[in-house]
Design a protein around this ligand. Sequence first.
Ligand code: SF4
Length: 67
Amino acid sequence: MRILIDIDTCTTCRLCYDTLPTVFVDRGDGIPITLPMKSFPDRNLVEAIKEVMESCPSNSIQMEEVG
Ligand code: SF4
């Protein structure tokens, strides 16, 4: 699974990394990067990521299957 951040629309509101710091990290200028993840993370983590995606005020987080 891969998480994509649209850095052009991200408003650096901090919500994603304040909410889920095991996945999202401030790269230093307010834009988040994602930490390496297992290809098939457990269901609780996927649900937590989906909640953050839906809460992102600028809809800048997408998730896609890989492999
Ligand atoms: S929640 Fe969305 S807008 Fe806020 S920092 Fe994360 S990606 Fe950017």
